[in-house]
Design a binder for this molecule. Sequence first.
Ligand code: PLP
Length: 434
Amino acid sequence: MNELQEMYARMGIGKQVYEYGEAVLEKLVSRFQEIDRTAEYNQMKVVKAMQDCRVSEACLLGTSGYGYNDLGRDTLEAVYAGIFHTEDALVRPQITCGTHALALALMSNLRPGDELLSPVGKPYDTLEEVIGIRPSRGSLAEYGITYRQVDLLPDGGFDYENIRAAVNERTRLVTIQRSKGYQTRPTLSVEKIGELIAFVRGIKPDVICMVDNCYGEFVETVEPSDVGADMVVGSLIKNPGGGLAPIGGYIAGKRECVENAAFRLTSPGLGKEVGASLGILKDFYQGLFLAPTVTASALKGAIFAANLYEPLGFEVVPDSSESRHDIIQAVTFGTPEGLIAFCQGIQAAAPVDSHVTPEPWDMPGYDAKVIMAAGAFVSGSSIELSADGPIKPPFAVYFQGGLTWFHAKMGILKSLQSLVDRGIVQLPVEKDKN
Ligand SMILES: *Cc1c(COP(=O)(O)O)cnc(C)c1O
């Protein structure tokens, strides 16, 4: 046994699991190289934007009170605009999460009588209440903003005919979700998003095209704002926060769209001028600096898991060879025991709370018990290694993250060890090497 293997053994990962993992990894060398090249490009994109904006030591300090003339905050927003190639950006700790950022972008850019269109099917769960698909207090529907949806075709393609039919004189904003989130439809590549935006513009040139960019940042060398999106929106406790941002959201886009959002976030008349950054800016800058490599680590973990579990007979989405456009991986176990064992293995690999055992619980808003594994430095951060799934057929787990590739690898091996230990999985018997 070599030194590394011994260390894995001390972490509870046996020889058989370790060797199975190494054999899987041998086939992934060229894909990992491709991911590294993207990260290399994006690393320079981030540093270039920081240099162009003359980020200085003073930018790392914060303001208190009203936060007038907050150099660090205003410069950070210029850096985001530089990375996304947009006119402006709003990047704030006062934006509490991804859902808040998306709600803000929608509510500030739509007016009573306008219609919102999703041409890519049902949006992320939490947006159902923002839009009013599920009746909810304060929803867009309550303010007289209507909603229309065109589902993707069975093969995952755009239903151009019905999108054309859905666009009307009231259509003001089109929302496009990049990541599949927790659905089984494919995640959209930036190129595909560009095609869809061009099509919508062909029908109605002045419509606002917004992209829910959650989980997609830095996965490719281009972002939706490079292919025509007027606004890209996301969460800082996912990819762009690099694991260091403890809170926050961003909206990057056309000046008018971003200003509308700022006047809604703070107040008409105040907009971007207020909003103290307190002591948070260093983490925002440093997290953004790390985000390209952190995203690459999470991507490698997702691809490793797909290639580890698919040959064992479990359905994986995306599959082992598909190209990647976000960091989420689904694995279907078919039994509650498989799902639970997986999540408990992930938890046991965490740097924080590894000694606790996650159990299924009745989470508000869900119709089945849910199990969640996370031992994160930032609570709820899903750029850190984490997994969850509802205890109902087909017993699929959704997992994502890993601040470093080595941690993602260890967590995934630990999940497999947990399944092996409980007799749920039998690894292919190795031919005797001696
Ligand atoms: C995570 C996510 C959201 C919501 O973000 P929260 O920070 O959980 O509120 C919205 N859309 C997509 C696609 C997401 O992945």
